[in-house]
Design a protein around this ligand. Structure first.
Ligand code: 5GP
Ligand code: ZN
Length: 136
């Protein structure tokens, strides 16, 4: 059996509550929901995170995540969706099979936004942009 929890879920070795599937991606409910209706979208092929994934799997996961978000709006009363995908332990990733969190939101809910926006230093922002641009 695979050591990867989400591969075990995809294989049916660990139970899950599936809600949708496509050729490349599967959506199922998160059993420790950050908000009611919290779902996860994963590629069928094992890949650790978005940094390692093929464009086709990233596109398939995001497309299915958008569909799940639209269903959360129409069926669960969500008025917004927070999409999250953590990569690497330092970002908080705990299951190392790429997944997109689809977290239904409503105004004034208890979900804690992960940062407090504050204006950055323009020169530093330009410097980071230049280094990123050079690599892209
Ligand atoms: P991460 O922290 O890697 O971004 O997210 C992993 C997610 O997997 C968490 O939101 C966690 O609640 C969820 N999770 C952990 N174990 C299970 C499980 O056995 N089944 C399901 N459906 N979700 C799980
Ligand atoms: Zn896996």
């Amino acid at each position: 059996m695979s050591e990867c929890l989400f591969c075990q879920i995809l294989a049916g070795d660990v139970p899950s509550i599936r809600i949708a599937e496509t050729e490349r991606a599967v959506a199922f409910m998160d059993i420790y929901p950050a908000a009611p209706g919290h779902a996860l979208v994963v590629p069928r092929l094992h890949v650790e995170d978005a940094l390692a994934a093929a464009d086709e799997d990233l596109a398939a996961c995001m497309a299915l995540a958008a569909r799940v978000g639209r269903a959360a709006e129409s069926q669960l009363g969500a008025t917004g969706i927070t999409y999250l995908s953590l990569a690497r332990p330092d970002a908080g990733q705990t299951v190392f099979h790429l997944h997109v969190h689809v977290i239904p939101r409503v105004a004034g809910d208890e979900f804690v936004f992960p940062w407090a926006p504050a204006a950055g230093d323009p020169a530093e922002i330009e410097g980071h942009a230049a280094r990123l641009r050079a690599a892209l």
